[in-house]
Write a protein that binds this ligand. Structure first.
Ligand code: 13P
Length: 251
C-alpha cells in the first residue's frame, strides 16, 4: 500500500516574510492531528533555509522548485543540487510544464537535472503531461511515454524508486479545470504499466505517481481515491493554509 504524498508547489509566490508567516501557520495546523499522508512544501529558494528551521521537528518535508545540472561554476543565477541540500531540501521539482514552455527546458536538460539531483541524494518530483492540443489529437499516451523515456534515460531501477512522478496535464494547470478522476486514472495506469515493462513490477508497484492540475479540497478526495493516484502536486490551492489542509485531510 503506497502512502499518499501531498506536495505544494508555491511557484513564484510570497516574499520571505510572507513565506515564513505562511509556514508558521501551516505547521500549527498540520500539528493539530496525525496525518495520513506525507507532506512536502516547495517554497521559493529565498525562504528554504528559514523554512527548514520552522519545520524541523515536524513531518513536513522541504523541496525546491529547480536546480541546475552542474556541480558549481560560472552559471549566473543558477542554484545547485548541493546548495539546496545544504539548507535541508530532500525534494526538487523538475520537468514542470512552466519550465518546459516558458524557460524552454528540453527533455534532455531535464534528464541531466534528474541525474544530478539523484547524484546528490535528492528526490526529484518529475513532472510530465500533455497539452490540450495533444489530448485532442489523441496522443496523450505517446507524449507521456516520450517524456518518461527521455527524462528517465540512464536512470536505474534503484534510482527510479527515489523519484516521484507527477502527471500534470498542461491544460489542467492553473485553469480551474482538473482532469476527471477517470481521465487521470487512465494516464496514471498507463504510466505505471510503462514503468512495469521498463523497470519491473517491484518498482512500478512502489513508485509514487502524483496528479497535478487544479487540485482543490473539493476534488481531491475523488482524485486520490483512484487506484493509481498516489498523491497530489498542488499549485494555487497550496497557497492558502485552509485549502492545502483540506487537500491533506482528503487523504
Ligand atoms: P494548479 O494547482 O494551480 O493548477 O497548479 C498545478 C501545478 O502546476 C503544480 O505543480
Amino acid at each position: 500500500m503506497r502512502k499518499k504524498v501531498i506536495a505544494g508547489n508555491w511557484k513564484m509566490n510570497y516574499n520571505f516574510h510572507q513565506s515564513i508567516a505562511f509556514i508558521e501557520k501551516l505547521k500549527e495546523e498540520v500539528l493539530k492531528k496525525e496525518r495520513n499522508c506525507d507532506i512536502i512544501i516547495c517554497p521559493n529558494f529565498i525562504a528554504l533555509s528559514e523554512a527548514k528551521k520552522i519545520i524541523k521537528d515536524t513531518t513536513i518535508k522541504l523541496g525546491a522548485q529547480n536546480i541546475y545540472y552542474e556541480d558549481s561554476g560560472a552559471f549566473t543565477g543558477e542554484t545547485s543540487a548541493d546548495m539546496i541540500k545544504s539548507v535541508g531540501c530532500e525534494f526538487v521539482i523538475l520537468g514542470h510544464s512552466e519550465r518546459r514552455t516558458i524557460f524552454k527546458e528540453s527533455d534532455e536538460l531535464i534528464n541531466k537535472k534528474i541525474k544530478q539531483a539523484l547524484k546528490h541524494g535528492l528526490h526529484p518530483i518529475f513532472c510530465i503531461g500533455e497539452t490540450l492540443e495533444e489530448r485532442e489529437k489523441g496522443i496523450t499516451n505517446n507524449i507521456v511515454e516520450r517524456q518518461l523515456e527521455l527524462g528517465l534515460s540512464n536512470v536505474t531501477p534503484e534510482e527510479l524508486l527515489k523519484i516521484i512522478i507527477a502527471y500534470e496535464p498542461v491544460w489542467a494547470i492553473g485553469t480551474g479545470k482538473n482532469a476527471t478522476p477517470e481521465q487521470a486514472q487512465e494516464v496514471h495506469s498507463f504510466i505505471r504499466n510503462y514503468l512495469n515493462v521498463e523497470y519491473g513490477l517491484v518498482v512500478a508497484d512502489k513508485i509514487i505517481i502524483q496528479y497535478g492540475g487544479s487540485v482543490k479540497p473539493e476534488n481531491a478526495k475523488d482524485l486520490l481515491s483512484q487506484p493509481d493516484i498516489d498523491g497530489a502536486l498542488v499549485g494555487g490551492a497550496c497557497l492558502k493554509v485552509d485549502s492545502f489542509i483540506g487537500i491533506i485531510e482528503s487523504c
